[in-house]
Write a new protein. Structure first.
Length: 114
């Protein structure tokens, strides 16, 4: 991950509402959540939520896809793992200690690629 992308991702997460949104999406796993459910779980008003989701999506921390009349948002685990990898790249004197997330509830195709 390039430094510029790392700074953007960290800046996006360095805000209370966006951090809460991202954590809720990480907890939801690959299935993700509709915006209304994210609003309900975080207590963030829908008008503010869309702004924060846009900011997270802009940095690649969150993905979205249309599912009928709903938009489902998911944490981008690839970007999250790249960010964690960047932050821990030289951890422990260069000895690998990769804190990488492979969601247990990921579909089999995702688990096989990690």
């Amino acid at each position: 991950m390039e430094t510029r992308a790392v700074v953007a991702a960290l800046a996006a997460l360095a805000q209370d509402s966006r951090l809460a949104i991202f954590r809720v999406l990480v907890q939801a796993g690959p299935a993700g959540l509709a915006a209304g459910k994210i609003s309900e779980l975080t207590g963030i008003a829908p008008s503010s939520l869309s702004f924060h989701l846009k900011e997270l999506a802009h940095t690649g921390m969150v993905d979205s896809q249309q599912a009928g009349r709903f938009v489902i948002y998911t944490a981008n685990f690839t970007t999250m793992n790249a960010l964690l990898g960047f932050l821990t790249e030289n951890c422990c004197g260069g000895n690998p200690c990769a804190p990488v997330c492979s969601p247990v509830c990921a579909p089999e195709t995702e688990k096989e690629s990690t």
